[in-house]
Design a protein around this ligand. Structure first.
Ligand SMILES: *Cc1c(COP(=O)(O)O)cnc(C)c1O
Length: 365
C-alpha cells in the first residue's frame, strides 16, 4: 500500500545529497565550525532574499524570539500580546525575558491574530505584539502596524512557519521591528538540526542581537554586555545556503498543491482557510476544519495517509500557563477540536494529492 506522510525530508535530501555532502566535507577540511565564512554567507543571502537590511543567524526559532524581545528592551513588568493558536515556543519566549504573555483570539476566516482583540487587550503595560504567521498565512499586518504605531508598541513577527510568505507583495518578517525564523528540519526552509534567524530594521538592534548571541561580544574578547551562546551552527548554515536556492520553487509547489486542495474541498463544503488576494500563504501546514475529525483521521490512516493536528490544545490552556489569569478565547477554543492537517510538501506528486482528495471526497459523498 501507498503511504503518504505529512512531510518527506528524505525525498528532499536525496535530491541534494551530493552537494550537501561535498559542502560539509569542505567545511570539515577547513575546520570552519564556529562563525566563519559559511555562517556569513548564509546570513547575507537570507537577508538579501527577504529584501531586508539587517539580520543575524541564531541557534533556533525559540531563541530567535527571546533574543528579539530582549534586544528590543522587553522584560519584567511588560505585557506582550500574542495569539494562543501557535506553537508553545511563542509564549515561552515571553516568559524567558521575564515579561507576561497576554493571549489574543484569532479570526475564524484564516486563524491569524484578530486585530480587534489586540486592541481590546492593550493596557498601560503592553509593550509588544507578536503576530504569528501561522501555517504560513500572513497576519493582517496593516492593522497590526496601525495599532502598534498608535500605542507605541514593538512588533516581533514570528515567521517560523512563514518563510517568504507575502502581505501586499512584501515578505513577512520585514514589517515589524524584528522577524524571527526557525529552521527546524520540518519547516519550509529546514536545517539538519536546530537553527534560527532574526531579521531587524535597525543596525543598532542588529549589533545588540549579535552581542547577545555570542557572549556579549563582536570580536574575540570585547564582552560589552552579558549574552548567551545562541550562535548559528556553521554546518547548519552551509546546508541552509544550499537549500535557500530552492525555496521559491518549493514554495510554488506547496501553493500549487494547496490550490488543488482548496478547490476540491470548497466544492464539497469543507471549510478551508481563506486567502484574500493581498496575502500569499506558503502553506507550511495545510489545514481543513471538520466536524468528525476522529473518523476522517481514522479513514485516512487506513489508506496510509498521515494527518496531524496543529495544535490539539491552545497554548493558553496548557498546564504550564496555569499561573496566568484564565482567558476565554472563543474562536481559538472552538477550532482546536476541528482542525486537521493534511500532507503537503514540495516533493508530493499530483497522484498523491489526488489520492488524498479522492479519499475525502468519497467519505463526504
Ligand atoms: C517551530 C516554531 C517555533 C520554534 O522554533 P524552534 O526552532 O523549534 O525553536 C516558534 N514559533 C512557531 C510558530 C513555530 O512553528
Amino acid at each position: 500500500m501507498k503511504s503518504i506522510p505529512l512531510c518527506d525530508l528524505k525525498k528532499q535530501y536525496l535530491n541534494l545529497r551530493q552537494e550537501i555532502l561535498e559542502t560539509i566535507d569542505n567545511l570539515c577540511l577547513e575546520s570552519s565550525f564556529i562563525k566563519g565564512p559559511y555562517v556569513k554567507e548564509f546570513e547575507e543571502a537570507f537577508i538579501k532574499a527577504n529584501h531586508a537590511s539587517y539580520g543575524v543567524g541564531c541557534s533556533n526559532g525559540t531563541s530567535a524570539l527571546s533574543l528579539a524581545l530582549e534586544a528590543l528592551g522587553i522584560g519584567k513588568g511588560d505585557e506582550v500580546l500574542l495569539p494562543s493558536h501557535t506553537f508553545m515556543a511563542t509564549a515561552e519566549s515571553v516568559f524567558h525575558v521575564g515579561a507576561t504573555p497576554v493571549f489574543c483570539d484569532i479570526k475564524s476566516s484564516d486563524y491569524t491574530i484578530d486585530p480587534a482583540d489586540i486592541e481590546k487587550k492593550i493596557t498601560k503595560k503592553t509593550k509588544a505584539i507578536i503576530p504569528v504567521h501561522i501555517y504560513g498565512t500572513p497576519c493582517d499586518m496593516d492593522k497590526v502596524l496601525m495599532l502598534a504605531e498608535k500605542h507605541n508598541l514593538k512588533i516581533i513577527e514570528d515567521c517560523a512557519q512563514g518563510h517568504f510568505a507575502t502581505y501586499n507583495r512584501q515578505y513577512v518578517g520585514t514589517f515589524g521591528d524584528a522577524g524571527t525564523y526557525s529552521f527546524y528540519p520540518g519547516k519550509n526552509l529546514g536545517a539538519y538540526g536546530d537553527a534560527g534567524f532574526i531579521l531587524c530594521k535597525s543596525p543598532n538592534i542588529e549589533e545588540r542581537l549579535k552581542r547577545l548571541i555570542d557572549h556579549g561580544r563582536l570580536d574575540k574578547f570585547d564582552h560589552e554586555i552579558i549574552g548567551y551562546n545562541h550562535r548559528l551552527d556553521a554546518i547548519q548554515a552551509a546546508i541552509l545556503s544550499i537549500k535557500l536556492k530552492h525555496i521559491h520553487e518549493w514554495t510554488k509547489k506547496r501553493q500549487a498543491i494547496a490550490e488543488i486542495y482548496n478547490e476540491t474541498f470548497r466544492k464539497i463544503g469543507i471549510k478551508v482557510i481563506e486567502s484574500p488576494s493581498n496575502k500569499r500563504s506558503v502553506y507550511h501546514v495545510y489545514c481543513i476544519e471538520v466536524e468528525d475529525r476522529p473518523q476522517i483521521q481514522e479513514l485516512l490512516k487506513k489508506h496510509g495517509i498521515q494527518t496531524g493536528i496543529h495544535y490539539p490544545t491552545p497554548v493558553h490552556l496548557m498546564p504550564a500557563f496555569d499561573q496566568l489569569p484564565k482567558a476565554r478565547l472563543d474562536v481559538t477554543e472552538h477550532i482546536s477540536s476541528k482542525i486537521l492537517s493534511l500532507p503537503i510538501y514540495p516533493e508530493m506528486d499530483l497522484k498523491e494529492v489526488e489520492f488524498v482528495t479522492e479519499r475525502i471526497k468519497n467519505y463526504v459523498a
